[in-house]
Design a protein around this ligand. Structure first.
Ligand code: FES
Ligand SMILES: [Fe+2]
Length: 433
């Protein structure tokens, strides 16, 4: 539970909000790299309560411009794409992707342009994504280097959809293991029959609906462990599923093959990016790509039907809180569907968005099932407090070894789930001879 003031502090991400300032101290993924074509038209980007324009110049360099022109604020979405830069149509000032001012045709002094810099932001391209840093230049950290960034494109599948609520409640669903066996009951029941590695790994979750939960703070955020005692034909055992929350808005799944980034577009709309990868399979090639997307429920058709694309978000003819997400009560009555919703993603979206655009946390009743949720609040608020006090937020300037940060799962040999972290990430031997 959080009082109104703390809830606002947690959720609001504009440039003048303390959480907004904290999140601007990290690199944030803002779009799929493949969606920004060379020397194409400028694209509008909404990020952290501000409007930007993404554009790639003719040498392939991606750029992120503030939407409002440096001169007198005309929209750079209207700008002319001229190969080496974007030219504002109002008075013709022209800017390169790195902020260099190439031309100011309505100013007689030819040196004027060398004394000013365009409103652009540092952008990196890695792992199939474009990343932006919106914070103060003197605090720009290195872009985290995740192992999946080194894989060939064929082995990495990246998706993005949008949800009509605040980012924090979207992240909550990712550190909330106890909803899986209930909300996603139908999907889990089917998963045993699907011959996808991912589906097989989540199948056992339906056998214990009240997992024991624990958290462990780390230099990047925290680990979140769900422990399930299983007693079946294979005997008694404790299975642990450990997700990693990486500040400020990333969760790595226990199977160790999905990174999710939950990036605010503004206080009430959120970009949800999934990166799926495989060390051995061409996930991003057909037929595996479509099968994978169909199982998760992230096909273009599903996203369009449920109003989860930029074009369909908020449309009245799509599932939304006003039409009760077009829930199928008949299917529920007949026992065909637990939730009355068509798939995993739709279930998550409906549960999450239905709690309010920005959920009121002064009216919640957290329980032992919500250890991860409470810890998420604490960690995010700690990020905000650190920045307010002039310090670096969690995960920044901590020398994190990103190659070692991942989710994990397994059957416990002893009492402590942390053994899995050691077993999966053994210390490097000093004796290399
Ligand atoms: S407003 Fe853009 S050049 Fe004047
Ligand atoms: Fe879910």
């Amino acid at each position: 539970m959080l009082n109104h003031e703390s809830n606002q502090r947690l959720c609001r991400v504009g440039p003048d909000d303390v959480m907004g300032q904290a999140m601007r101290r990290y690199w944030l993924p803002f779009m799929l790299a493949e969606h920004l074509n060379v020397a194409a038209e400028p694209l509008g980007v909404e990020l952290m309560g501000e409007r930007f324009v993404a554009w790639r110049d003719d040498s392939g360099r991606p750029g992120l411009f503030h939407q409002s022109c440096l001169h007198r604020g005309a929209s750079m979405r209207l700008a002319r794409a001229e190969g080496d830069g974007l030219r504002c149509i109002y008075h013709g000032w022209k800017f390169a992707v790195d902020g260099t001012v190439i031309d100011t045709p309505n100013v007689a002094d030819p040196n004027f342009k060398t004394r000013i810099k365009g409103r652009t932001f540092p952008v990196r391209e890695a792992g199939g994504l474009l990343w932006a840093y919106l914070g103060p230049a003197e605090h720009e950290p290195a872009l985290p280097h995740w192992p999946w960034m080194d894989l060939p494109d064929a082995q990495r599948l990246v998706t993005r959809h949008v949800e009509a609520c605040n980012f924090v409640q979207v992240i909550e669903g990712l550190v909330d293991s106890s909803h899986l066996g209930l909300l996603h009951m139908n999907g889990l029941q089917q998963s045993g029959a699907v011959d996808l590695g991912f589906a097989q790994k989540v199948n056992s979750m339906q056998r214990n609906l009240a997992p024991e939960l624990d958290v462990q703070d780390t230099d990047f955020g925290f680990y979140y462990a769900a422990l399930r005692k299983i007693d079946d034909e294979n005997g008694q055992r404790t299975e642990a599923r450990v997700a990693a929350f990486v500040a400020p808005c990333c969760v790595l799944n226990p199977n160790g093959d999905i990174a999710t980034f939950v990036v605010p577009q503004d206080d009430g709309r959120t970009s949800f990016i999934h990166v799926f990868w495989s060390a051995t399979q061409d996930l991003n090639r057909e037929p595996l790509r479509s099968r994978h997307l169909e199982f998760i429920g992230l096909t273009p058709v599903v996203l369009d039907d449920f109003g989860l694309t930029d074009e369909t978000l908020g449309r009245e003819d799509r599932p939304n809180p006003r039409n009760n997400f077009q829930q199928d009560r008949e299917a529920m009555r007949q026992g065909k569907s637990w939730s009355g919703l068509p798939g995993l993603i739709e279930e998550d979206v409906a549960a999450c968005v239905s709690s309010g655009v920005m959920r009121d946390r002064s009216r919640e009743m957290l329980s032992t099932a919500d250890v991860g949720i409470a810890h998420l609040y604490r960690t995010l608020l700690a990020c905000a407090d650190s920045v307010k006090q002039g310090k670096s937020p969690v995960g920044v300037d901590r020398g994190v070894d990103w190659s070692q940060v991942r989710g994990t799962q397994g059957v416990l040999g002893g009492d402590d789930w942390r053994e899995l972290l050691v077993a999966k990430h053994p210390p490097v031997s000093e004796d290399r001879g």
